[in-house]
Design a protein around this ligand. Structure first.
Ligand code: SAH
Length: 507
């Protein structure tokens, strides 16, 4: 007796709605199938089936897989997940029975089967046991962009696809960091998505597409859409920004002074891994970037954006320059490394913004990770207890003030994070600081020397305070000096970790 061949399983994408957007391959498979299966809600209507309708023979078996629930509550002991798992198991068993009997099964999927599609739950359960093939379809992402007639992603732009069901804070962060984006699954999530777009500063760019390529299609600027009118079959789109009309040159008549602002953006100590979504968004949204050339060079070039690089001296002039641009309607990002409030540009901008003629220019600060925290993470947790932050530069304060603060911090047994320890022209401060601290701290106090943390030439080492060599310190180095409690401990794999306990012995 020959064993009967089992049937084949096909997950077939149908595209976004227009039956002419069904692929030739999908149409042929639908027409040939023994069994046509589709998921539906309890109301029983299936958008997938209606798209496939023109290709059905009429004499095929149909398996309607009806979700026991959508988002309403359930009395299943496993909760919502448990109820769904049981439903998928049972649906897969029904399809398996057809496959065992040698019947080919086509599972219809609106859009693409592997893109937020119900077919995936069948595929995961059946593809290991039966021959299964997935036929891709045109997604709602492509359909929405096509119906808007707007470029979606160009050149180095990235596309972020976001389910609207995420928590509002998460939506905001994703949208703030996104170039182009598509938010799926609107409907009851719409008010949160709209608020997130607004908080991310992207509401004006956002487009709305409902039932793309289906009967009843609607497109509109998202800000104009009545939230009560939004169905599940709709998406929000942030199209390519490169397509935006290139902003006119600074001072041109087209700038409306009301739009101007200055955002002082902290880019973190190194690359994009430590850039907050807010900072990334502020950099992308700016018409003008202002900053020290070394920091500006770390920001990717965007077409249409004007870069005003300068040296790292005269911060006050740079601040006034940025505020002047904003007064003329430009959206200015002042770029600062690390956190802009830590020995950086935020103070200079605020100082200027507190006197005329800049008092009415909107100014915001987008924080960044400061060098001390990045360096500490590489060494372990040396800043785990109370610590003080001091700049060793005597460019803006007399050395005697620095020395006095180091003495006070050392006397209080604080861990110290020392910024600006030295440069080509300032070579004496590290030696002076070391000798001063040795009056209060043991010679074997751990000192973390962290250079270019997160950058291509990163080097982090721990030395004894007595062995701290000023020649090994430069502009790109930060020093973390332990307290009397800070430990440097070798672990099994040969690495050394530095940490400061959270307890402190009674004094
Ligand atoms: N606003 C910056 C600090 C500016 S002062 C911040 O919050 O990090 C400049 C000093 O910061 C440098 O001299 C150095 O001490 C420190 N620094 C900045 N980036 C660093 C990095 N990637 N690695 C080590 N030190 C760094």
């Amino acid at each position: 007796m020959t064993e009967r061949q089992t049937g084949r399983l096909y997950g077939v994408g149908l595209g976004p709605g227009d039956p002419e957007l069904v692929t030739v391959k999908a149409a042929a498979l639908i027409a040939k199938a023994d069994v046509v299966a589709y998921h539906s809600a309890r109301h029983g209507r299936s958008i997938a089936r209606s798209i496939a309708e023109p290709y059905l023979r009429g004499d095929q078996l149909e398996e309607q897989l009806v979700y026991p629930l959508t988002v309403e509550s359930t009395d299943h002991p496993g909760g919502y997940r448990g109820a769904l798992d049981e439903f998928y198991e049972e649906a897969a068993a029904r399809l398996a029975a057809h496959l065992d009997a040698g019947r080919d099964v086509v599972v219809l999927a609106e859009g693409d089967p592997l893109f937020y599609g119900s077919y995936q739950h069948m595929h995961k359960r059946l593809a290991g046991r039966y021959r299964a093939e997935v036929v891709p379809g045109v997604t709602s992402v492509s359909a929405a962009a096509a119906r808007l007639g707007r470029p979606l992603v160009e050149a180095e732009e990235t596309l972020t696809v976001i389910p609207g069901t995420l928590p509002e804070e998460e939506l905001t962060a994703r949208l703030a960091a996104a170039d182009s984006a598509v938010v799926m699954k609107l409907g009851r999530t719409f008010p949160a998505v709209r608020r997130a777009l607004e908080r991310a500063g992207r509401l004006d760019d956002a487009q709305y597409v409902e039932r793309a390529t289906m009967p009843g299609e609607r497109t509109a600027p998202l800000a104009e859409v009545d939230p009560d009118s939004v169905p599940y079959f709709s998406v929000a789109v942030l199209p390519s920004r490169i397509d935006r009309t290139v902003p006119p040159a600074a001072g041109a008549a087209a700038d409306s002074p009301g739009d101007g602002e200055v955002v002082v953006v902290g880019t973190g100590p190194a690359g994009p891994l430590w850039l907050t979504p807010e900072a990334r968004g502020a950099l992308a949204n700016a018409t003008d970037l202002v900053g020290y050339t070394t920091y500006l060079d770390r920001v990717p070039v965007r077409p249409g954006q004007i870069r005003h690089g300068s040296d790292n001296k005269v911060e006050a002039e740079r601040a006034e320059f940025a505020l002047d641009l904003a007064r003329r309607g430009r959206k200015v990002a002042v770029v600062s490394s690390g956190d802009p409030g830590v020995f950086a540009m935020a103070t200079a901008v605020l100082e200027a913004a507190c006197v005329e003629p800049y008092r009415s220019v909107p100014v915001r600060i987008a924080p960044g990770m400061t060098a001390a925290h990045a360096a500490a993470s590489r060494a372990g947790a040396p800043l785990g207890h109370d610590y003080a932050v001091v700049s060793l530069s005597d460019r803006l304060k007399p050395w005697e003030v620095v020395a006095q603060r180091l003495r006070a911090a050392a006397g209080a047994d604080l861990v110290l994070a020392l910024y600006n320890p030295g440069s080509r022209s300032r070579t004496t401060q590290v030696g002076l600081a070391r000798d001063l601290l040795l009056e209060h701290r043991a010679p074997d106090t751990p000192v973390v020397l962290a250079r270019d943390v997160g950058g291509p030439t990163e080097r982090v080492r721990t030395v004894r305070l007595a062995d701290l060599d000023p020649a090994e310190v430069d502009m790109r180095t930060i020093l973390l000096i332990g307290s009397s409690q800070t430990q440097a401990v070798a672990r099994d794999n040969g690495t050394e970790v530095v940490w400061t306990p959270r307890r402190y012995p009674p004094v």
